[in-house]
Design a protein around this ligand. Structure first.
Ligand code: FES
Length: 135
């Protein structure tokens, strides 16, 4: 069955919501069950300053979303990129085998939001170069 940590994060999810003007947004879905997880985050000096999630999914998906936000908040972009689905499940004290796939959404959504952040940074840098007229 579910660990106490899973039940706690399901009953009292941390960092629920959406960040207005987020630096990065990531959304992933599970094709099998149709559940969707959206992560928005803000980054300052390469540190994840704030992160919020919205999950339309099962209890395990909500718990893993909540846990992953706690795991990466305050971390560098690189450290957050290295957080795996397995690490999220382990931090929750494990998930029942048939629910392990639910934890895939959590780290994947964070990685997607970070990819979006990195891409936006690149776009801004390119725009800056064009604006300055220098290479
Ligand atoms: Fe869909 Fe858990 S059943 S994420």
């Amino acid at each position: 069955m579910y660990s106490e940590k899973v039940i706690d994060h399901f009953n009292n999810p941390r960092n629920v919501g959406e960040i207005p003007d987020a630096d990065g947004i990531g959304q992933v879905g599970n094709a099998k069950c149709g559940d969707i997880m959206k992560i928005s985050l803000s980054v300052e000096n390469n540190i994840i300053k704030d992160i919020k999630f919205k999950t339309f999914g099962c209890g395990a998906a909500v718990a893993t979303s909540s846990m992953v936000t706690e795991m990466v908040k305050g971390k560098t972009v690189e450290e957050a990129m290295a957080v795996s689905n397995r690490a999220v499940a382990e931090a929750l004290g494990g998930l029942p085998g048939e629910k392990l796939h639910c934890s895939n959404l959590a780290a994947d959504a964070v990685h997607a939001a970070l990819d979006d952040y990195v891409e936006k940074q690149g776009t801004m840098a390119k725009k800056g170069i064009a604006f300055d007229g220098q290479t």
